[in-house]
Design a protein around this ligand. Structure first.
Ligand code: PEP
Ligand code: MG
Length: 296
């Protein structure tokens, strides 16, 4: 990191023409919070809980999850903390939970599909999240949502979890409920989804739109964030968010690529979520962007 770049650490992200861009962090490990000052960001845009709890025992244990989520909520000092429910499957197997030997794991039982098939596991996570929401601005985000019924099923389970915690006399709050937009069916029919907020998962959205696997080097050139089909979808999601009054962010790797930041902001996006190690370079790329210019 150059000295110049480090100057961006504590600055709000702003384009050269003054547009304020929200900069959130992607977190995969609680240890990442050590020595990290929340004042450098607008909040946490993505917590990958399937990486937080690699071992299944922790997943089964409501209190272990609650402690981890509370730690995140308290760290953020009131800033939004967007915690994604388990996104196991695909490239992230969990022994005993995901299915071994799926012929195409990326098109199989992953993300919300898996959580809805394991209601006990999902309920435990929702309860832990609702309890942590007492300690900060916790928001719940569902991965791999394909149809509105998945969002509604999750909402019903969240409501049930909050109600039963209240009946048990356990402190809890109902967090906002949003979805990842990473399946083309959801991106194209975004207005069908009554979500509290949207976060674009560009890693998966790109692979599904271009039919080029994110882990297949031989087709990496096709999995191109600049593909107009991908950019038009992102622009349409942003437009819908503005019309519906719902926040739209992007938490895939594309947002942390300085060469892509201007292109993404030109779709209308005003919120990004990146790994802590990418924060300064992304803020620098935002500052170098002038949205008044019409050149690419
Ligand atoms: C994505 O798909 O862009 C994303 C942020 O989620 P993950 O990389 O964990 O699938
Ligand atoms: Mg994804």
């Amino acid at each position: 990191v150059s000295a110049g770049r480090a100057e961006y650490r504590y600055r709000d992200a702003r384009t050269a023409d003054g547009a304020r861009i929200k900069m959130n962090l992607n977190i995969s490990d609680i240890a990442e919070l050590d020595g990290l000052d929340p004042a450098i960001c607008d909040g946490i845009g993505l917590v990958r809980t399937e990486l937080l709890f690699r071992d299944q025992a922790a997943l089964l244990d409501e209190n272990t999850q609650f402690e981890a989520y509370r730690r995140l909520a308290v760290w953020a000092e009131g800033r939004p903390v967007t915690i994604r429910t388990l996104d196991a499957g695909g490239d992230k197997p969990i022994p005993g939970v995901t299915i071994d030997g799926e012929s195409n794991p990326f098109l199989g039982l992953r993300g919300i599909r898996l959580s809805l098939r394991h209601p006990d596991l999902f309920r435990t996570q929702l309860r832990a999240l609702a309890r942590a929401a007492v300690h900060g601005n916790v928001r719940i985000m569902l991965p791999m949502v394909t149809i509105p019924a998945e969002l509604e099923a999750a909402r019903a389970m969240l409501n049930e979890a909050v109600d039963s915690l209240a009946a048990e006399g356990i402190a809890a709050r109902r967090p906002a409920l949003g979805i990842m937009v990473e399946v083309p069916a959801a991106a194209i029919a975004i207005d069908e989804f009554n979500a509290g907020f949207f976060s674009i998962g560009s890693n998966d959205l790109i692979q599904y739109v271009t039919a080029a696997g994110r882990d297949i080097a031989a087709v990496a050139e096709l999995a191109n964030p600049r593909n107009p089909a991908v950019l038009r979808l992102i622009a349409a999601i942003v437009r819908h968010g503005a019309e519906a009054g719902r926040e739209v962010s992007l938490c895939g790797d594309a947002g942390a690529d300085p060469a892509l930041v201007t292109t993404l902001l030109r779709t209308g996006l005003r919120s990004l979520s990146v790994a802590p190690s990418a924060l300064e370079r992304t803020k620098e790329a935002v500052a170098a962007t002038d949205l008044r210019l019409t050149l690419p």
